[in-house]
Ligand binder design. Structure first.
Ligand code: NAD
Ligand code: DAU
Length: 339
């Protein structure tokens, strides 16, 4: 089985590459990644010498490069993780989000149509459903919840989902889509909530909580997400959408307090800053469908996963210190000074 994994040098994609090489040692995994600011080749260091792994630096929007790779590899499956993924960046500058997340998806699917494919899997997000009110804890996102996006990021992901469904209906492309809640774990880029708070706390820097910190996210350990996608590409029904989430809703402020406690840092580091524009209040996934059809259940409880994650950041300081000492510093300055 030949599998092209796009965005495999990023957070979830790299964890997926590691998972697949371990779970299916007979498969060939080809990682296609543009290596944007969020992609890090050093993450893939441990598998570079594996004869069943190949890394190709390319942009999913580059039709010639993508078609050339399909010509060479004739993949059975494509799993598309490649995306611009950070909501705050999309609010600053939406253009690249539309280009990569929508046009890139189209280019990949055109290659799938030309060369033939057993499955094209689109990695999507719960953010396509918009948000839920804080005072209705009985409400959850199901696969039937209408798309109702808030940010340029989530709008670009929803547009891609619609395009994927259109390619299924119009051209019969064998697709699946997964919509997952917030992931956390190793190799999470330090611009996102959990790694940012760990890095800042370790440096005794202010912990910038947006608004009142009462927004709720539904956190899932990244390995559980990877296992769900593995199940969907093998056993999921063609044309279907699967929600992925672990019923683990938490307020941002409570997450930050846990990180302070685990690192033995004072809560006085917490600083409330100007809220994100259009900030979604609550995400909560109903994962009944993937549980009933594919037997998937999350395996890592948040209490364990957050400890594992903090331990990983303590043991792999050079990975994230290299990132935050480079170009990322300019981003941090722009987003957080005078906020
Ligand atoms: P990430 O930002 O950490 O990684 C994205 C990767 O895609 C990087 O390696 C980057 O170099 C690559 N990339 C970006 N543009 C590219 C292009 N034009 N061509 C080729 N490669 C390109 O993202 P992530 O958090 O790992 O998210 C991966 C996917 O999962 C995204 O599609 C995202 O929408 C989705 N998702 C993320 C979460 C989450 O909590 N992080 C939850 C649900 C869904
Ligand atoms: O729900 C899935 C989505 O989760 C994915 O589709 C996105 O790719 C991924 O980035 C993530 O989006 P969020 O916007 O939820 O994640 P982020 O880590 O940016 O923020 C989590 C929450 O924490 C959100 O309510 C904003 C808040 N926050 C974030 C940062 C970076 C802060 O309060 N302070 C911060 O400095």
């Amino acid at each position: 089985m030949n599998i092209i994994v796009t965005g495999g040098a990023g957070f979830i994609g790299s964890n997926f590459v590691f998972h697949m090489l371990k779970a299916h040692p007979e498969y060939r995994i080809i990682c296609l990644d543009k290596l944007t600011y969020a992609g890090n080749l050093s993450t893939l260091e441990p598998v570079m010498a594996n004869p069943n792994f190949r890394f190709v630096k390319a942009d999913i929007c580059d039709r010639d490069a993508v078609f050339q790779l399909f010509e060479e590899e004739h993949p059975d499956i494509v799993v598309n993780f490649a995306a611009e993924s950070h909501v705050d960046r999309s609010i600053e500058d939406p253009g690249i989000f539309l280009q990569t997340n929508i046009v890139g998806t189209q280019v990949l699917m055109d290659a799938c149509r030309k060369y033939g494919i057993k499955r094209y899997h689109q990695v999507s997000t719960d953010e396509v459903y918009g948000d839920l009110p804080l005072d209705r804890p009985d409400l959850f996102f199901t696969e039937e919840t209408p798309l109702h996006t808030s940010s340029p990021y989530s709008s670009s992901k929803a547009a891609a989902d619609l395009l994927v469904q259109a390619y299924h209906r119009t051209y019969g492309l064998p697709i699946t889509i997964s919509r997952c809640s917030n992931n956390y774990g190793p190799y999470h880029f330090p611009e996102k909530l959990i790694p940012l708070m760990i890095a800042n706390a370790l440096a005794d820097k202010p912990l910038p909580v947006y608004g009142e910190g009462i927004n709720v996210r539904d956190w899932l350990y990244v390995e559980d997400h990877c296992k769900a996608i593995d199940l969907i590409i093998h056993n999921g029904r063609e044309g279907e959408v699967y929600n992925i989430g672990g019923h683990n809703e938490m307020r941002n402020i409570d997450i930050v307090k846990i990180i302070c406690k685990e690192l033995n840092k004072p809560e006085s580091l917490i600083t409330y800053v100007t809220d994100r524009k259009g900030h979604d209040m609550r995400y909560a996934i109903d994962p009944t469908k993937i549980h009933n059809e594919l037997g998937w259940l999350p395996e890592t409880k948040f209490a364990d996963g957050i400890k594992l994650t903090i331990q990983w950041y303590l043991e792999n300081r050079s990975w994230w210190e290299t990132i935050i000492s480079g170009e990322y510093q300019n981003y941090y300055e722009k987003m957080y000074s005078n906020r």
